[in-house]
Design a binder for this molecule. Sequence first.
Ligand code: GDP
Ligand code: IMO
Ligand code: MG
Length: 427
Amino acid sequence: MPAYAVIGGQWGDEGKGKIIDYLARKASIVARYSGGNNAGHTVINDQGKFAFHLVPCGIAWENVMNVIGNGVVVDPNILIDEITKIKKADLPGKILISNKSHIVMPYHIELDQLEERSRGNTSIGTTGRGIGPAYVDKVARSGIRMDELLYPLKLQEKLAEIIEIKNNIIQKIYNGNPVSLENTVNSIFRWNNFLSPYIDEVNHLFEKTLNEDKNIILEGAQGSLLDIDHGTYPYVTSSNPTIGGAITGLGIPPKKITRNIGIYKAYCTRVGSGAFPTEIKGKIGEKIRQQAGEFGTTTGRGRRIGWFDSVAAKFSSNINGFDSIVITRLDTLDSWKEIKICTKYELDGKIIENFPVDHEKLSQCKPIYETLEGWNSSTFGISEYSKLPLKAKNYLSFIEKKLNVPISLISTGPKREEIIAIKDPIP
Ligand code: GDP
Ligand code: IMO
Ligand code: MG
């Protein structure tokens, strides 16, 4: 019964893709509500291994409609590539793009990269995919929406003026290379040709589906601590991965959201700059990164590694109101002799238990850990809770108690079936 939000509880890459692919068997619609192709969602199932950047992770299921919502910013070139690959792989799900979603234009990508360069050593470490500048234009009311792609001649007229302004900024402020009007116009006709059949209204479909008591999964991208409002500003993304973004990014009434599911890795990772109190630096961090294969699905950048931070995790659980949480990558901890969990911070000689979102303060926080014994045996692929080693169970219940939210699923490997269902979040 009807809508289920699946939201990253940390700094992204928690394994949302795997969990959504698993849950989508019970859904009629999977709808992405925020971000763009800064996201990379890995799905591994019988049909293959996929990294989805824009298309929702219900695409491997027949009869599931995969909606790209109004809150998403869409790079049409990437979407066309993705749809082409999906067709080639014969994935049976259907795709619909909200006519209200905004387009990431070539000048957004150029500007994202130039802005990052000009920030020097205070750079955010963005994915360079044009996401921030596309959202800036949306809010400034000078963005281009998917519905405009349906009228390419009209859009062509508008584009000359926009590109002149953008090229002024690119060249005069950043000394960058101008974007070609001719190439962009050509792209628009190509995008129109390929994407038009997928662009439509989506809200009536949501309404109908909810009224028929069929399930909709609201697919989160990024993580709560990267939220533009609630995250570690300014080292954040430019949208709201948290629950509010799910509502505005799709147009689904909050009352219809029956359950809100938070996804957490059994440890922590972060890509790009910004405070990360439990980060494991140096050789040990590097060793774990290599062993765990923690490299970005979108950019290939090495992910920073850290211990599970229950102060940060509790904060994200509270702002979203998670009904249950999912712990992924438990197996990654299999060979760790001891496992630390941060339960408090020390700030200016005082012990604090509340996550300070103020980036200055967070940067000065020193983690205080509790150390648990590792289980030193393989949990890889286990699908029954009773088969987990006792020490792994202890670790999981420690997290559960700290967050005061029940664990619904435990992921023990990257494939769909490598999962323990304690209580399926979608009944
Ligand atoms: P997302 O952005 O939240 O969808 O996460 P990503 O796909 O960017 O990164 C998660 C990575 O962990 C991917 O490589 C997944 O295949 C992998 N993964 C997910 N769950 C598990 C798990 O339980 N165990 C292991 N070993 N890998 C996992
Ligand atoms: P998924 O959905 C991890 C990070 C970038 C950078 C910051 C801002 O796969 O979990 P942006 O390009 O959004 O302006 O970059 O946000 N970031 C992510 N980190 N997973 C993601 O998505 C991310 N999307 C953005 O690394 O620090
Ligand atoms: Mg990812």
